[in-house]
Design a protein around this ligand. Structure first.
Ligand code: CP
Ligand code: NVA
Length: 316
């Protein structure tokens, strides 16, 4: 089977703001081709001889493993760099780090605290930069989640996603992804924990173009009415540990996804979580291990969408 690949218009992938609907859909198409090939025991070497540098300021299980496995399956090589491995910790600037890495590697993926760090990395590197999560965005996760929704529901048309909990990095890109693709989205979060205001501005314009609705409430029961997908994430993201107690008091018990809440959605509603999950906190074991849960499909799909993404970025 011949895999056709087209290039994306932008050098970097830092948030779903960077892609239009057609580009998102074409990544999903290539992801499905690559997934099918892999299931049939084939792994086309579309990135033969290419090297990916992976910078991690924060821990990771899925992102590190799926990127590293993905580039190897495509015939390339990955170099894992924790912050401690780089001169960044001794004061070398991000700008000079970006210039240096660009001399050796074809592609950079970075997981950072401040989103401005990855913007700087992208601005000063001559090779494509992929955001493997920042405090503000997690776009690779949402590509995987869109693929999972498409596989589960066979369409995006007329769907409603309900997000329960923190309007965090994952939620920000979910808002962008749903509004661009044309999926209705209802967010239930405590006041003060809404997605970023500039993300909501972009999303409102996109939702207008795709005739879909983005709404925000503080009432989980209202958000899940008629939902096809119920999604959540930790409400104590990496870097928020000092707020642990305060957040528990704000989010629990109201924003926990449990069987009662799931029953208030559509009968065939699926449950999504990017993982890692805190069982008994944002979601009960009954839900995450239950029939509606597609969390392992989401985790697997990280591999396929990131392979497609790496193939479609304009590598030199
Ligand atoms: N979902 C996700 O990004 O997982 P990791 O933090 O394990 O990479
Ligand atoms: N919101 C979480 C996602 C982890 C994949 C965090 O930033 O820690």
């Amino acid at each position: 089977m011949k895999i056709l690949k087209t290039s994306l218009n932008k050098k970097d992938f830092l948030t779903l703001k960077d892609l239009c609907k057609e580009e998102i859909l074409s990544i999903l198409e290539l992801s499905k081709d690559l997934k099918r090939e892999l299931k049939n025991g084939r792994s086309p070497h579309l990135l033969k001889g290419k090297t990916l540098a992976m910078i991690f300021q924060k821990p990771s299980t899925r992102t590190r493993l799926s990127f590293e496995t993905g580039i190897v399956q495509l015939g390339g090589t990955a170099i894992y760099l924790s912050s401690n491995d780089l001169q960044l910790t001794r004061g070398e600037s991000i700008e000079d780090t970006a210039r240096t890495l660009s001399l050796y590697v074809d592609l950079i993926m970075a997981r950072v605290y401040s989103h401005s760090d990855i913007e700087k990395l992208a601005a000063y590197s001559s090779v494509p930069v992929i955001n493997g999560l920042s405090d503000t965005f997690h776009p690779c996760q949402i590509l995987a989640d869109l693929l999972t929704i498409q596989e589960q529901k066979n369409t995006f048309n007329g769907l409603k996603v309900a997000w329960i909990g923190d309007g965090n990095n994952v939620c920000n890109d979910l808002v962008l992804g749903c509004s661009k693709i044309g999926i209705n989205l209802s967010i239930a979060c405590p006041p003060g924990f809404e997605p970023n205001a500039d993300v909501l501005d972009v999303a409102k314009q996109e939702a207008f173009k795709s005739s879909t609705e983005i709404s925000i409430t503080d009432d989980p029961l209202k958000a899940v009415q008629n939902a096809d997908v119920l999604a959540t994430d930790t409400f104590i993201s990496i870097g928020k540990d000092e707020e642990r107690q305060r957040r528990k008091e704000i989010f629990l018990p109201k924003y926990q996804v449990n069987s009662d809440l799931l029953r208030s959605a559509k009968q065939d509603c699926i449950f999504m979580h990017c993982l890692p999950a805190s069982r008994g906190r944002e979601v009960t074991s009954e839900v995450i291990d239950g029939e509606a849960s597609v969390v392992w499909d989401q985790a697997e799909n990280r591999l396929h969408v990131q392979k497609a993404l790496m193939c479609m970025l304009p590598l030199r």
